[in-house]
Design a protein around this ligand. Structure first.
Ligand code: DGP
Length: 118
């Protein structure tokens, strides 16, 4: 996938658009979803220019991959996820991806419908 530098998450990473930040490191940024579908609805994104899960897994460095997934764990540890959570990554047209920058949804805080998608 050719990366679009002007997608919303690229603009958030550049500081051109605001976000409700939760945490970050050199490799990831975690922030609240603007349209939450659960009491906890967080997006965790890599800082590098990766359009989807495949591009990230295929092209990111080991440090970037570890850095992103440490970010997922940081969110799990620091928000209300003691009763469980769901991780989702919508990819491409059939997957329902709207923003073409790889992101992981973390949903928690209530019993989630088996078929609910973020
Ligand atoms: P997806 O449909 O999987 O590509 O998820 C994109 C998510 O991004 C969706 O849940 C809504 C969220 N979103 C869209 N625009 C913004 C924004 O400007 N700020 C934040 N924080 N979230 C946004």
């Amino acid at each position: 996938m050719k990366y679009d530098d002007n997608n919303i998450f690229a603009r958030i990473l550049r500081g051109d658009l605001p976000c409700q930040k939760i945490s970050e490191n050199e490799y990831y940024l975690a922030f609240h979803d603007l349209y939450p579908r659960a009491p906890v609805h967080v997006l965790i994104i890599p800082k590098g220019p990766y359009g989807d899960a495949f591009d990230f897994h295929n092209q990111a460095t080991p440090d970037e991959i570890v850095g992103l997934y440490k970010g997922v764990n940081s969110v799990i540890e620091n928000l209300e996820t003691s009763e469980g959570y769901r991780l989702i990554s919508n990819t491409g047209h059939h997957g329902g991806q709207e923003v073409p920058h790889y992101h992981i949804h973390l949903l928690a805080g209530q019993k989630l419908n088996k078929h609910s998608i973020a």
